[in-house]
Design a protein around this ligand. Sequence first.
Ligand code: ZN
Ligand code: ZN
Length: 375
Amino acid sequence: MEFHLCARCAPRYHDLGVATSSPRDEACHICKGALLQIQKLVAQAVDLSDAFEWSSFSVSSSFPSSCLVREEEIADFAGPGKFTSLKNQINSELSGMISKETGKKNAQRNADAAFEFDFINSKCAARPMPLFLFGRYIKLSRRHCQSRWHCSSCRGKGCAYCMGSGMNYPSVEDEIGKAVLPFFSAKECILHASGREDVDVRCIGGRPFVMEIRSPKKRKEDVSQIELELSKNQHVKAAGLKIVRQGMIDAVCNSHFDKEYSALVSADRPLNAEDARICESLSGSVLLQKTPNRVLSRRADLERQRRVHAVRADLAEGGRLTLRIFAEAGTYIKEFIHSDGGRTTPSLSEALGCKATCEELDVIRIQDYFLETLL
Ligand SMILES: [Zn+2]
Ligand SMILES: [Zn+2]
């Protein structure tokens, strides 16, 4: 059996004694001359990669399916494992050529730059891989939501209702983005966080997050400048910033931590020292919480048990109480206070025998010690 193969394809089958080199590369039985472009495409791709900073790269390639079919035919004839596949061979050649040209290393799994070679359309691309920035954010505003939330009237285009912003609320994602995007010369960033607080709830205890930064033209390890920049933002700040691997997104998003809250509570009558004592007596109680009314349209109606580890209550002005509540991950605190029409029991309303209202709520501590071991 004899095939005409090009100088690039022939060595892959050399041991089989089935191939002869063709005088014309275009007549190659496998690639039909597609690999003639390899030098040109590598030069183009390396040029493209000048547009951004990178120090390691990955390579991928695509071929016309007819090439792969012809290779299959030879594979059937030769038996498996007897030759190097077109893809493996070319990827390793491409990798070697890029290394030689740029002096940089192939790091297939954790690369800064992705080189893509399309031998079907004779095209190539070089793209910066996303960066992942871990940190803990502090939200000092009662009118910021966590992720971008497009205006319900115009769906983000900007209208009179949202005053041209395209958003229902300003967001933590955008505030951090304002500092992050110019720093990395990136176009887009996406916030992944460990849970979320309501728009009107401040988060004083830092909430763990990973910011995914798409298409960064710059890559820097020293990210302290971002913290400094955010320290001037009166609504959102961030601490403990660090570049991490993509896997931290799952670690952060799937984590559930016990939290401590501060709540300012009023009622339909003035609250007194005896009421404070009653609140504290709920320390250690296990709540039965049905899915809150306010989220029932979006979530399944379930009943869950959550433990309130500790409650401390102090008298505040105007017949109100300031509560410190330390509760299990996933406890609905506002509902624990007002009872949600009896859907949460026990509750402060129930215990105090009046209509209690949560006027202000802050997350003051997120017990995320386990993250320290991951970082
Ligand atoms: Zn060939
Ligand atoms: Zn709008």
